[in-house]
Write a protein that binds this ligand. Structure first.
Ligand code: CIZ
Length: 329
């Protein structure tokens, strides 16, 4: 990824970051039109970025949106592996990640070298890699999956031996749904989800005993066992719609999702599950991108995702195999 700003092009960040919100939004709107840009935002982004976006969703939905767009610039408000996926699927387009620091510790828990070690331990196993991974790791995998299609992806494979990487919680959830296959699971986690314990969720449920619990499959087993529904963020929107009589929902995923749920279901109450009293599940990387970063991204056309051609080729194959499989929910 190109990370260096040429000094003559650099804007005065301090000055511009103090512009009022309305002014920043107006500038973004003007640049979006002038540059024929589309703004995609993940469901975990801060509310004002979600509100600004042309499309919000999970990484599968946004990847699909990226393949349909006729925009010249894709501004991906999310974390780097998501912007990389948009680039892989649209190599002829320019894809920008507004904040250079927006990484993912789960994606960084696996490298091509560590994947090679696991492949050596499990010869003949087919590698299924969660989309939360670098382009280089995707390129070394047979197929990708997201939390919205992981079960269907594993079921679709014409093999009984799977090496699932890198999220062990999602891997365990998939293995429970597909017991007929032998699934070896890599040892990575999303720290934002993994911090939540069943005991904390029970405490919250004690305060809201009638609430429906919806959990992300990146959560630990003790959390999953308490949940009424387990699904991706997009699946959560469909899950709430399944309970028209329920008033309150406890949401066990990154708290940005609650903004999206409140927009869609203004009459319902959404309670964030918390890892410790009063602390919502918070991904620091997802929350790095602010309006000023989107403005700078459009103005200076930074930070552009650049990937080697062979990496794009390999990773695209793994993503395209995934996209041929229908979603779980
Ligand atoms: O697949 C994604 O976008 C992630 C990381 C979570 C979700 O369920 O949206």
């Amino acid at each position: 990824m190109s990370q260096v700003l040429s000094p003559d092009k650099s804007l005065d960040y301090y000055h511009y970051s103090h512009l009022p919100k309305e002014e920043l939004v107006a500038r973004i709107e003007r640049l979006r039109r002038e540059k024929n840009a589309v703004i995609l935002a993940h469901n975990y982004q801060v509310g004002e970025i979600q509100d600004l976006a042309d499309f919000t969703g999970d990484s599968l939905g946004l990847s699909l949106e990226a393949t349909k767009t006729d925009a010249d610039l894709i501004v991906f408000c999310g974390v780097n592996f998501m912007a990389e996926s948009a680039k892989i699927l649209n190599p002829e387009k320019r894809v920008l990640l507004p904040h250079i620091g927006a990484g993912c510790s789960l994606a960084d828990s696996i490298t091509p070298e560590s994947l090679d070690d696991w492949k050596a331990r499990y010869p003949g196993y087919t590698v299924v890699t969660y989309i939360n991974s670098s382009a280089e790791v995707k390129a070394e995998s047979y197929i990708c999956c997201t939390s919205a299609n992981a079960v269907s992806v594993v079921r679709s494979l014409d093999t009984d031996k799977i090496l699932f990487t890198p999220d062990r919680n999602l891997g365990r959830w998939v293995a429970a749904q597909v017991p007929e296959k032998e699934i070896a699971i890599y040892d990575g986690v999303c720290p934002t989800h993994d911090v939540l314990r069943g005991a904390s969720l029970e405490r919250t449920h004690g305060t809201y005993p009638d609430a429906i619990i919806i959990a992300h499959p990146e959560c630990r087993q003790d959390v999953i066992e308490l949940a009424h529904e387990v699904c991706s963020t997009t699946g959560m929107i469909k899950a709430v719609a399944k309970y028209p009589l329920a008033k309150t929902f406890i949401i066990a995923t990154e708290h940005g999702m609650i903004h999206q749920l409140k927009l869609r279901f203004p009459d319902k109450e959404f309670v964030p599950a918390d890892g410790c009293i009063g602390c919502r599940l918070h991904c620091p990387y997802m929350k790095m991108t602010g309006l000023q970063d989107v403005y700078f991204a459009l103005e200076e056309e930074r930070f552009e995702i650049e990937l080697a051609e062979d990496v794009i080729e390999g990773a695209r194959l793994a993503l395209e195999r995934m996209m041929a499989v229908p979603r779980d929910h």
